[in-house]
Every structure is written in C-alpha cells, then in structure tokens.
Design a protein around this ligand. Structure first.
Ligand code: PLP
Length: 425
C-alpha cells in the first residue's frame, strides 16, 4: 500500500486477541477519513493521480520503479497502483497470512506474469499434472517457443517420485520454478506440498526455485499452502473469491521478495486488476467465509445423496477419500475442508451425461466454479475437448464425467434437482 493513503489503524489484533480474516474483510486497509467519511471505499475511477509537488512525483516514481526499496510512496497511475486494488491486495494477503499480495486482471494474467518473472530461455519448469488447460498451454506451447522446457509429475506423487523428477529436471537445465496445482482438475488429486518442499531442499543449494501453487479450488478457506512450504499461492479470483460469476480477476499471494519482482513485470506490461473489479472483489470478500462455508456444507449433503444413487458410478469428492490412503494422508495434513467442486461419474457415457445435464432445473449448465449458483458441465465435451484421447483416458476425463460446482442454494433443493435429473437419464 502506498504511504500517502495508509490508514492510521491497520491492526489485526485487539490486545492479544487476533482478529479473524472474515472480520477484517469489513474495513481493513481503508480509512474513511481519506474519502469524506464514506463507510465503504468509493470506486476510484481514474487513470492518473495528481501530485502536490514535483518532488512528490519524483519520490513516488522512485518507489514504483524500484529505485528505492518501496512498493510506492504515493499513487501515480492506475496501471501501477490504485486505492481499490491496494485495499484488495491488503485484504487478500490476510487470508493466507502472507507477506504480500498482487491483484491481476485474470487468473491467467497472474500465472503468465509469474512465469515471465522467474523463467528464462533454457530454463526448466517442474510442474504437477494435470494443470488447468490454459496453464498447460502457456507452459508447453507459448513458453516452449522461447526455449523453456518442462518436466511434470502426477499430482499425488510420493517424495521418492518427486525426487526422481527433480534429478531429471536438473539434468535438462536450470530449474527456475516449481509450479503446482492442487487439487488437480478434474481428477481432484491432491499434491503433497510438504514433500515437494522437502524434495526441493534436498535437491538444490543456494537460491532455490520458488514453489508456486494454484490454490483456486480450495483457497483461501479450505487450503493454505503457504503453511506447507509453498512460496506463492495463485488464485483465479474469478472463482470462489469473486464468488458471483460476475467478474474475472486473479492474484498471487506469498513472499514479498518474490512478489516485488513480479510487481515490476506486471506494472510494466499491464495486467493489474482495474478499480471497478477490485471494488467488486472487496464486496465479495466480505461474504467469502459465509459463501464458502455454506457451499461446502451443501456439497457434503449433495455428495452423500449422489454416492448412494443407483445411476451413479462414483463421486470424486475430497470428503470421500479412503481412510489410510496416501490422498487421505495429504488431505489431513493440507486441507481444512473438502471444497464444493467435485467429479460425478454416471453409469453410461456421453448420452447419459448429456441427458442428466439437460434435465437440470436449478443447477446451470456452464463451465467455471465457485459462484453462488451451482454449475455443472461435461469436461470431455467442453473444457477438455481439445485434450488428446490418451491423455483424457489417463486423467479419467471420460464421457460419463460431469463436473459440478455447488453453490449456496438450499441443499434440499439441489438434491431434488439432481434426483430429478438422474431419473431423467
Ligand atoms: N486456475 C484454475 C484452477 C482455474 O480453474 C482457472 C479458470 O478456470 C484459472 C486458473 C484461470 O483463471 P481465469 O479464468 O480467472 O483467468
């Protein structure tokens, strides 16, 4: 946050009592006195900011351009900073107790800027697989054009498997980034971040390649991967954080020294979150815990219903992991909840999946996740249509797979909707 608009009080405590993130979302980082007493932050719809003196302009630019170790002493230009985006970043940071957050125009802008910051021609990215399809495209199609290589390991890999992949990667070149996504879409397989962290410590000396992890599916309520050793947590804010399927944005949250480098690239090439979207996100964050808690409770009820239904083959839901399994062990160490996005495998194939989707009345037939409304889609025919058949088979993206993101409706209504749609198959 720029110094010129830093609120006098930015406390996260009352005495020794530490305030919960859900409480802090109502006012943290905003001083009404700086905006005519307005209870809520106004939308600062401006592209540029007036300096009181030329010397201020020079000082602010020194901070923005990194001449001095500062994120900026004052507001300059909305590609670099804006009050709404700064308040948003301050509040995002709180959820994972991180040193810093950066807001972007989309999840993919956040991910692409992260890669541009840390990876150079000839370098190797080590990543878990599968990744969100566009992230895979950036790594293998776009960065590949600049001589950047990659090695992947399956989400759920053991410490030994991760060790072996790091040995292979080091033999290929300078490993400059370890990029994870957990749970993986659509397999829901969890990555053992603690094992990746330990494997990195064993494999590298000196400057370690950062560990970044896409935490869109469970963050920030149900997973805090910075606690398990990740350096940067990646978000598509379009999903649970935005939570109303009415905006597109992204964020990185984590270690300041790393994010200061990302900020330089973001502010130069563009891609910052705009004031209007940042303002909408501030509003969304006030209800984040309420929305995610309700969606999580709903998902548990809906999945319990679906699991026992005769037309259902299986339900890939983190709440149903086999006790004693490796995935259950990772879940216990890494997760605070099972989320509300899961895979439903119907008995049959595309015909049955489509019949089910076409019969839904409350759940909407749309891709994406994390909104107040329940969404359902068929990955094999939609989001993963262009994935080659063998890879689809390896990832369990079969034609009978329906991907569901549960919202905040009444659970009983959702169960009635799914029950009716199953009957229609
Ligand atoms: N990461 C994950 C796990 C996603 O599901 C998505 C979008 O669906 C993204 C990243 C990209 O985010 P955005 O659509 O906000 O660019």
């Amino acid at each position: 946050m720029t110094d010129s608009r830093r609120p006098k009080e930015m406390t996260q405590h009352i005495g020794n009592h530490r305030l919960d993130p859900s409480t802090l979302m109502m006012g943290y980082g905003f001083d009404p006195a700086l905006s005519e007493g307005s209870l809520k932050p106004p939308i600062f719809a401006t592209s540029t900011f007036v300096f009181q003196r030329a010397a201020d302009g020079k000082r602010f630019f020194e901070g923005i351009t990194g001449r001095r170790p500062s994120t900026g002493d004052g507001l300059v230009y909305s590609r670099f900073n804006n009050p709404n985006q700064e308040i948003l970043e301050d509040r995002l940071r709180i959820w994972e107790d991180a040193e810093e957050s950066l807001a972007f125009s989309s999840g993919m802008t956040a991910i692409t800027t992260l890669f541009l910051t840390f990876v150079r021609p000839g370098d190797v990215i080590v990543h878990s697989g599968p990744l969100y399809a566009a992230t895979e495209t950036i790594i293998n199609k776009i960065l590949g054009q600049f001589g950047i290589k990659y090695v992947d390991f399956p989400a759920g890999a053991t410490r030994e498997e991760i060790d072996a992949v790091l040995v292979r990667a080091k033999a290929m070149g300078n490993v400059s980034l370890i990029y994870l996504e957990s749970p993986a879409n659509p397999t829901n397989a969890l990555v053992d971040v603690e094992a990746v962290h330990a494997a990195r410590a064993a494999a590298f000396d000196g400057e370690l390649p950062p560990i970044a992890i896409d935490n869109t599916f469970l963050g920030p309520l149900w997973a805090r991967p910075l606690d398990q050793g990740a350096d940067i947590s990646v978000y598509s804010l379009t999903k649970y954080a935005g939570g109303h399927s009415d905006l597109v944005a992204g964020a990185l949250t984590g270690r300041k020294a790393l994010l200061d480098r990302v900020r330089m690239i973001r502010n130069t090439m563009g891609g910052i979150c705009d004031p209007n979207t940042a303002w909408m996100l501030l509003r969304s964050l006030e209800t984040l815990e309420l929305r995610m808690s309700r969606a999580g409770e709903n998902a548990a009820k809906v999945c319990a219903f679906l699991r026992d239904h005769p037309k259902v083959e299986t339900v890939g839901y983190l709440g149903f992991l086999e006790p004693g399994s490796r995935q259950a062990d990772i879940y216990t160490r890494h997760c605070l909840g099972a989320g509300s996005t899961f895979s439903l495998y119907l008995k049959g194939g595309e015909r049955e999946a489509f019949a089910f989707l076409d019969a839904l009345k409350i759940a909407k037939l749309a891709v994406s996740l994390g909104g107040t409304e329940t969404l359902a889609s068929a990955p094999a025919a939609m989001t993963h249509l262009s994935v080659p058949d063998e890879r689809k088979a390896a990832l369990g993206i079969s034609e009978n797979l329906v991907r569901i993101s549960i919202g905040v409706e009444k659970a009983e209504d959702l169960i009635a909707d799914f029950g009716h749609a199953l009957d229609a198959i």
